[in-house]
Design a protein around this ligand. Structure first.
Ligand SMILES: [Zn+2]
Ligand SMILES: [Zn+2]
Length: 301
């Protein structure tokens, strides 16, 4: 099952040096989940050949503009392009009011319904579930209420061994994939373990947008497979990071190490950094398996 994320924006606050504000597109089993939607997200989707019309779920971490100023434009374009199927949006309660007022004064009546799910930033909870994945909130420590999101794949059914499965009727596949043995009319037993192999282990992807270092959110991201963590500043600006409730590159490495993440992606870089290599190296000095979550890169999760 496909489980990958494409980075659409890696900049904090403003678009600079060809870096866009925060947005990521998660593809889970060919369904699209948009995580944050900074200004320019639509154009980034087009640039990387990702069809906006395929997005069914949008998750907004908080109401600083660099995380949602692209949303009204994206929703408007979906309307203009004839969308009729609903879209689900998860975000701070006030987001719906912000959207509605923009639609009201532009006299826009959307052709498709927005199903809005307000998020409380008081404690971590499960906010979404379908047959592929569950999503829980991560309570972050920022200047305004902010939640990250952890996407956890569900355990999949066993996989058919093609050569063997080709020799038996398809009608038995479902039971065998569920791990059940099947008795044929002549009494022969088809054993699930002979015709199938174990499914891939479920993976998890944790998205920690704007936050300062705070051990209170560590339990929810413990042992995640891939952790995205903001690194707005380098560690020589720790005071500035604390003042603005952001994380340094060094601290992000520490978070990944302490929680036992397997891989770390870093982003949300301050506009003071024209190049990013020093940031990467600072994080890697603590947590080696780190990569820059920059525009256009796709990571298998
Ligand atoms: Zn931000
Ligand atoms: Zn912010």
């Amino acid at each position: 099952m496909k489980f990958e994320v494409t980075i659409l924006g890696s900049s904090s606050a403003t678009p600079v040096f060809n870096r866009n504000p925060s947005a990521q597109l998660l593809n889970c089993n060919e369904k699209y989940y948009l995580i944050d939607c900074g200004e320019g997200t639509q154009q980034q989707l087009t640039k990387y050949n990702l069809k906006a019309a395929r997005i069914d779920y949008i998750f907004i971490s908080h109401l600083h503009g660099d995380h949602y100023f692209g949303l009204i434009g994206l929703l408007s374009s979906l309307h203009l392009n004839g969308r009729i199927k609903p879209i689900q949006i998860f975000g701070p309660k006030a987001l719906l009011e912000i959207l509605e007022i923009q639609f009201k004064y532009s006299d826009t009546l959307l052709r498709y319904p927005i199903e809005f799910f307000p998020i409380e930033a008081d404690e971590s909870r499960q906010i979404f579930e379908n047959s592929d994945v569950i999503v829980k909130t991560i309570i972050l420590n920022h200047r305004i209420p902010t939640t990250g999101f952890i996407f956890i794949q569900k355990q999949r059914q066993r996989k058919l061994i093609k050569d063997k499965a080709d020799k038996i009727p398809m009608a038995y596949y479902t039971a065998l994939k569920k791990g059940m043995d099947v008795e044929l009319p002549d009494g022969e037993i088809l054993r699930s373990e002979d015709y199938t192999m174990p499914a891939d282990l479920p993976k998890s992807y944790a998205y920690c947008s704007d936050t300062m270092y705070d051990e209170r959110y560590f339990p929810i991201i413990k042992n995640c497979d891939t952790l995205y963590h903001e690194t707005t500043f380098m560690h020589d600006l720790l005071d500035r990071a604390n003042e603005t409730h952001h994380t340094t590159a060094l601290q992000a490495g520490e978070v990944a190490k302490i929680v036992g993440a397997k891989k770390l992606l870093i982003g949300h870089f301050s506009s003071r950094y024209k190049t990013l290599q020093m940031i990467l190296e600072e994080t890697q000095s603590v947590f080696e398996n780190t990569e820059l979550a920059i525009e256009g890169r796709t990571f298998q999760l």
